[in-house]
Design a protein around this ligand. Structure first.
Ligand SMILES: *Cc1c(COP(=O)(O)O)cnc(C)c1O
Length: 495
């Protein structure tokens, strides 16, 4: 199976090429030419497997040139060895008779990015070898918080890799900063940048486009790469947990094979919900894919109207990982919905970068309506959802998950569709203590690590170990750089 660029019909490559290079030369995203389908009995077979076995089975369908034993090794490293605090890796939890959550935050950084970033380093290093690249891959990340820590944990001590993370000095929470600065591993580097997230990101982009510097690094045996969420190696591991959740629900007797299951996903860059769409295309009986947005509701509007318009105010919300106005992975869906009409997709993307707006064709809108629904809510509504879930179900959820809970409620009220639904839960509530505490009615919440203790006492729940243990960890990184001097910081960290 080949992978094609969303913007050029002829830009084909192998899956190893797609993962090794990330972005196509024309700026498009690599996408499988055809989506493999699960044979009639496959879900019954998968039902009796562990998460690791399911991931091997499913990823193998997309990874020509990788052997099952190679993938078993990757899966054991990514999801085994106690890296996840639940042996089921991505457990499904019952909320009421027709509502379930899929908890994707049992990994080392307590957020859903772990599901893909634990696997990506293995897919990436193997892909680089397969395309004949033998240098050490050096991953550069600019982060506003969660992705940086996720990438650090994923790449830590993976042979043949280095990982360097830049974060804005005043743009991350105290806990996030501590999470990164206490990072363990022999191949990791962390440095703060004077400025905001844009300054850090612009600096990293400048390094990527600095040919002379890339040559200098090549001379020292390094190949520069990113762990960006548009890499196919990040989307693929996410398909697994939707199939896995359906199988777990069959196993529990919550649904029977063939029953329609709606899915509601708190969405930012459209990677998570896109993976649900792939699972549905493969033959998992998923019903409506409900896209949940916060006040940055560009996607919810798009799904309802067919017009994508980023010309709107940007809000900093209590669900920061969804504070996004350009959802890159949507391009892959448009590619599929136009049957690979690269010229049309490129046209829309050019309009987006030119005017900030495009409108899809009536044919594409019709397809969107068949698969998707959308709803959004603001911070106040998300907090209300957290409070209600805690009071009525004794279940503590984070602000991102709360947006999805609210969106599902809206969807059910508007459509009357009360089929079983799976709400994707993307972060541990202990990552967002101040907002969660406010939602529970605590007026004055503590700061930093104290807030973790406070939420734990208030709810009687244990914080996940990686957060609870932060207090005892040694700070390993405390360097700050001016944004103009980030190249020097890279040189120093690679010394
Ligand atoms: C990244 C993230 C999201 C959004 O996922 P996308 O794939 O970008 O749509 C939602 N919640 C949390 C906690 C995240 O970290």
């Amino acid at each position: 199976m080949y992978y094609v660029s969303t913007r050029d019909r002829l830009g084909k490559t192998t899956v190893a090429g797609a993962i090794a290079y990330g972005l196509a030369p024309d700026g498009g995203l690599y996408t499988p030419e055809a989506i493999p389908s699960l044979a009639g009995n496959a879900l019954n077979t998968l039902r009796d497997m562990t998460y690791q076995q399911r991931s091997v089975y499913l990823m193998n369908m997309y990874l020509d040139g990788f052997s099952a034993s190679e993938l078993s090794g990757f899966s054991a490293k990514a999801y085994g060895g106690g890296r996840f605090d639940d042996p089921r890796v991505a457990p499904v939890r019952k909320v009421d008779d027709s509502t379930y959550t899929l908890e994707l935050w049992h990994g080392p950084t307590c957020a859903f990015k772990d599901m893909a970033l634990q696997m990506l380093p293995h897919l990436l290093t193997a892909s680089l070898r397969k395309v004949g690249e033998n240098k050490t891959v050096c991953i550069l990340v600019a982060t506003s918080g969660d992705t940086g820590k996720g990438a650090l944990e994923g790449f830590r001590d993976v042979p043949g890799t280095r990982i360097l993370v830049f974060y804005p000095k005043d743009g991350v929470s105290a806990i996030q900063e501590l999470q990164m600065n206490t990072q363990e591993g022999g191949n990791v580097g962390v440095c703060s940048v004077v400025g905001n997230f844009d300054d850090a990101q612009t600096g990293v982009k400048r390094i990527f486009s600095d040919t002379a510097f890339k040559e200098e690094l090549a001379g020292r045996g390094y190949f520069l790469s990113s762990a960006n969420s548009i890499n196919w190696g990040r989307v693929l591991p996410q398909i697994v947990y939707y199939v896995s959740a359906y199988c777990d629900m069959m196993k529990e007797g919550a649904i029977e094979n063939g029953d329609r299951l709606n899915v509601c996903v708190p969405t930012g860059n459209f990677g998570d919900i896109l993976a649900a769409w792939y699972a549905k295309q493969m033959g998992v009986p998923l019903g409506r894919l409900i896209c949940a947005s916060n006040s940055n509701n560009v996607l919810a509007d798009f799904i309802q109207t067919g017009v994508y318009d980023r010309n709107r105010p940007f809000y900093n919300t209590i669900s920061p990982s969804m504070d996004i106005l350009i959802s890159s992975n949507l391009e892959r869906l448009l590619h599929a919905y136009t049957h690979g009409d690269a010229a049309q997709v490129k046209g829309w993307m050019d309009e987006l970068s030119g005017t900030g707006r495009y409108q899809v064709s009536p044919q594409v809108k019709k397809l969107l309506d068949q698969d998707f629904a959308a709803a959004w809510c603001d911070d106040a509504a998300a907090k209300a959802a957290i409070g209600k879930m805690w009071r009525e179900k004794n279940y503590l959820i984070d602000p991102h998950t709360a947006v999805a809970v609210n969106a599902l409620e809206q969807y059910r009220a508007q459509t009357g569709d009360d089929a079983p639904a799976l709400v994707v839960s993307t972060a541990s509530p202990f990552k967002f203590c101040p907002a969660v505490m406010e939602a529970l009615g605590v007026a004055q919440s503590a700061h930093g690590l104290d807030s973790i203790r406070q939420l734990s006492e208030l709810t009687g729940l244990d914080a996940p170990a990686p957060l609870a243990q932060l207090a005892g960890k040694a700070v390993r990184f405390d360097k700050t750089t001016e944004k103009e001097a980030m190249i020097d910081a890279v040189r120093e960290m690679l010394r």
